[in-house]
Design a protein. Sequence first.
Length: 228
Amino acid sequence: MKKLIVKNNKLISARYKLSTVENKLITIILMKFQENPDCETFEISQHVIKEIYKPKDNNFIKIMIESFHSIMSRRIRIDLDNGDILLSRWFASILIKKNGIIEFDVARRLKPYLKDLKANFTKVEVDSILNMNSFHACRLYELMKKRLVIGNLTFTILEIKELLKINKREYKTYGSFKQCVLIRSITQINKHTDIRVSIKEFRRSRKVVKIQFKIRESIVVEKEKESI
C-alpha cells in the first residue's frame, strides 16, 4: 500500500524554501499530523530522523540540532482568497527529549491548512518525496500533481523562480536555470514518482519567456488502474 499525504492546495501553492532534508522531515510530520489531526504536538523518534538525514559521521545529534535551528527560522507565505497574506513559521517549538523522542508543535495558523482537507486538496506520494534528493524537484512534483487532471501548467520564468524561491543572484541565465533546476528536477520526478513531466518553451524573439509543463500519469500507474 502506497503511503499518501493530503495537502491543501494553498499549501502547495505557497512560497517557501527548505533544504532537501527539511522538506523530507516536514513530509513525515504532515503524515503524522494527518494520522492524529486532533493532537496538539507530534512525536518522532530520533531513529526516524536519522534515517531522513543519513549523517556521514557520528555527530548526528549536533547535525540534528543545527538543522532544527535552521528549520525554526524558515518562513512560509500563503496568499489567501480574500487578498490577505499569511506569513508564518512552520513550527512554534521543537522539544528534544532525553529519551530520544522529538516533539514538534506546528505553528497555530498553519494547522487549518493541515486539517481542513475536505476540498481543494492534492494527494501526494510520501515515497516520491523521500526518494528525491532535490527540494526543487519535490516542489515541482507537488505543483504538477495539483494540475495532473488538467495535464499542463504554464509559468513565466519569473513566476516559477518566485515559487521555487530562487533569488536574482542564482541562475542568472535561462540556460543555467534550465539545466541546473528544470532538467535535474524533471529527471528525478520521472524516475522516482507516479507522474511523467516534460516542458515546452515559449519564446519572444529568441528569448524564452514562458515554459509549459506537460503532465501525465506514469505508465505503471496507468496499468495499475487498468487492472482494477
